[in-house]
Write a protein that binds this ligand. Structure first.
Ligand code: F6P
Length: 376
């Protein structure tokens, strides 16, 4: 098998994140230098594999990209089995398989988060040699200690909380800072802890707004009449969490196509309503505490810019380990970070699973011991 791998394809899919270029460089330089393989980058995620949009990743192309944010390849959220082609949704798995054979590409390296791991598993099951790397600022990919992008986003969100402190203090305000993370609270919990937020709200711990107001009131009584609330974009009140939960259970139970469509529509409607959650929360807190409230939505600032040192190192070591696994012919796996090691984990143990914050995680415990309100 080892001798057979001559040409590697590589792509980045899903939301971009700092460290992607460091990982491309890690895979590429090790594959070229140690194994004499050729490496071809496909543009804009899985779509590049369908449309044959590519970039030859020779030594020149791989140089000078370590510190560059985003991805030199471009990305998209396209899925191979459900791709918009000429206004129609099509399964392009067969086309991708034929293309790879035609172009002499022996394997594909997919850099991505949870959605990408699922797509990669589908391609592997369809007979394509696939190997993945875990990236996302959300840090929610299962079976890996860490994902690259997270450490940089954590620094950015922490700095934002630091900066919000002085203005909240000067104006005696509540500032509610919304932090990304999709359905996981890693980014908010980490930044809340590192930045000393007074209230930290994460999806894994549904909140009670009265309890938050009470904690803010206690702070005022102690002479601190300002508060920083770090809220994850996926955080929910207890009532909303119950409604979401019920909607998701309905989807799990759905048997017919119509029932599934109906359940998915209901979830989508709830998600649309949830988009205003942080604004609603600030408004509620203003009403309950009589402290002026403001909202800061950090948004895509958290995904931009140069990767921090920790992400560069993580991406580089996983990337170089990926080249070794390719040379050994090991596919259908994600290259996971396990302590200081990089280990292959079968994709079916990763795809469709989410690494959430355990309610008794040491960071949660530490926050509670400091008196941080977690909304429960
Ligand atoms: O998965 C990374 C992430 O930034 C999430 O934190 C966020 O929910 C989502 O992507 C935003 O996606 P988009 O860039 O497509 O708006």
């Amino acid at each position: 098998m080892a001798n057979k791998i001559k040409r590697i394809g590589i792509l980045t899919a899903g939301g971009d994140s700092p460290g992607l270029n460091a990982a491309i460089r890690g895979v590429g330089k090790a594959a070229l230098g140690d194994y004499g393989m050729e490496i071809v980058g496909f543009r804009d995620g899985f779509r590049g594999l369908v449309e044959n949009r590519r970039l030859n990743l020779d030594r020149t192309a791989l140089s000078g990209i370590l510190t560059v944010g985003g991805t030199i390849l471009g990305t998209s959220r396209d899925k191979p089995h459900r791709m918009e082609i000429d206004g129609k949704t099509k399964d392009m798995t067969g086309v991708i398989k034929d293309n790879l054979r035609k172009w002499g590409i022996d394997c594909v390296v997919c850099l991505g988060g949870g959605g990408t791991q699922k797509s990669a598993l589908r391609l592997y099951r369809a007979g394509i040699n696939v190997i993945t790397l875990p990236k996302t600022i959300d840090n929610d990919v299962a079976m890996t200690d860490a994902t690259f992008g997270y450490a940089t986003a954590l620094d950015i969100a922490t700095e934002a909380i630091d900066r919000l402190h002085s203005t909240a203090h000067s104006h005696h305000r509540i500032i509610v800072a919304e932090i990304m993370g999709h359905r996981a609270g890693w980014l908010t919990l980490g930044a809340g802890l590192a930045g000393g937020a007074d209230v930290v709200l994460i999806p894994e711990i549904p909140y009670d707004v009265e309890k938050i107001a009470e904690a803010i009131g206690q702070r005022s009584k102690r002479g601190s009449n300002f508060s920083i609330v770090a809220v994850a974009e996926g955080a929910m009140s207890r009532d909303d969490a119950r409604v979401f939960d019920a909607a998701e259970k309905k989807l799990e139970r759905a048997k017919t196509l119509n029932e599934k469509i109906e359940a998915k529509r209901a979830i989508a409607a709830l998600e649309v309503r949830h988009q205003d959650n942080t604004l609603r929360l600030a408004h509620q807190l203003e009403g309950l505490t009589h402290l002026e409230s403001r909202v800061t939505i950090l948004g895509h600032v958290q995904r931009g810019g140069t990767p921090c040192a920790a992400d560069r190192i993580l991406a580089t070591r996983l990337g170089t380990a990926c080249a070794d696994l390719i040379a050994k012919g090991q596919f259908g796996v994600m290259v996971a970070a396990r302590g200081e090691n990089a280990e292959p984990v079968p994709l079916d143990q990763v795809a469709g699973k989410r690494k959430s914050v355990p309610r008794d995680h040491p960071w949660v415990e530490a926050a509670r011991r400091l008196g941080t309100c977690l909304g429960d």
